[in-house]
Write a new protein. Structure first.
Ligand code: ASP
Ligand code: MG
Length: 247
């Protein structure tokens, strides 16, 4: 069994959270699954990086911004690999380009085209937990590209599709998908499941729980996504097709 897990920025915001996530990954590995974990930059790191860049040059070229912004995710996977190592697990980190995630050349909003390398598969076969930086890939010119804000979700779904994963779990700081933002609305209602179409309508209406292209990609490849909390362990929300629901 192959599982793709994705952890958002709040899920890896500090030392304690990094160990909590390492334990979630370890749990899946202990059950015998091959695990690919996609990780976002810690907390507000991407915003901070953007602020620092603007202070230097508000009109920096898109190519340089992408190469620079991709570093937030590199820090996260590095720290997570060190945590797993400390817990006695063998993990390897791969950047978008090391993993072979090929994108178009729209810097700052690149679209994933294909997985052009078997590196992830080789590492899994070698018994490693594979930690992949979210939000990034590389283009024809061999340059680093980023996928747009929130794009780590799309990295996870793309890898689940290309690797034919059995499960794609998107861990976040809420228990699933709600009809409105549960962080500032106490009456928000959680969905047990919802269709790709409904999810896309929620995103069009402003919901930020998933990157829009991740749902597009999931629908294209028939990947069921589970959105759940890395904090609570409660069951999440499944986003899938109407027909898949009865499986
Ligand atoms: N770190 C990036 C962002 O803040 C990508 C992501 O979190 O999915 O937008
Ligand atoms: Mg997000």
């Amino acid at each position: 069994m192959l599982i793709v897990q994705k952890f958002g920025g709040t899920s890896v915001a500090n030392r304690e959270r990094i160990f909590a996530v390492a334990r979630l990954i370890a749990q899946a590995a202990k059950m015998g699954a091959q695990v690919v974990a996609v990780v976002s930059a810690q907390g507000d790191m991407t915003d901070e990086l953007i602020e620092r860049a603007i202070a230097i040059n508000p009109r920096a070229s898109a190519r340089e911004m992408d190469a620079y912004l991709a570093t937030g995710e590199q820090m996260s996977v590095g720290l997570l690999a060190m945590a797993l190592e400390k817990l006695g697990y063998s993990a390897v980190t791969l950047t978008g380009w090391q993993a072979g995630l090929e994108t178009d050349s729209v810097y700052g909003n690149a679209r994933i085209l294909r997985l052009g390398s078997d590196r992830i598969v080789r590492e899994l076969e070698g018994g490693k937990i594979v930690l992949v930086t979210g939000f990034q890939g590389w283009n024809e010119a061999g340059d680093i590209t980023t996928l747009g804000r929130g794009g780590s979700d799309t990295t996870a779904v793309a890898l689940a599709a290309f690797l034919h994963a059995d499960l794609c779990k998107i861990y976040t700081d809420v228990d699933g998908v709600y009809d409105c933002d549960p962080r500032n609305n106490p009456n928000a209602m959680k969905f047990d499941w919802l269709s790709y179409e409904k999810m896309r309508r929620l995103i069009a209406g402003g919901a930020q729980v998933l990157h829009d292209r991740s749902v597009e990609m999931a629908q294209q490849h028939g990947i069921a996504i589970e959105v759940l909390s890395s904090f609570t362990g409660n069951p999440g929300t499944i986003v899938c097709s109407e027909t898949r629901r009865g499986d």
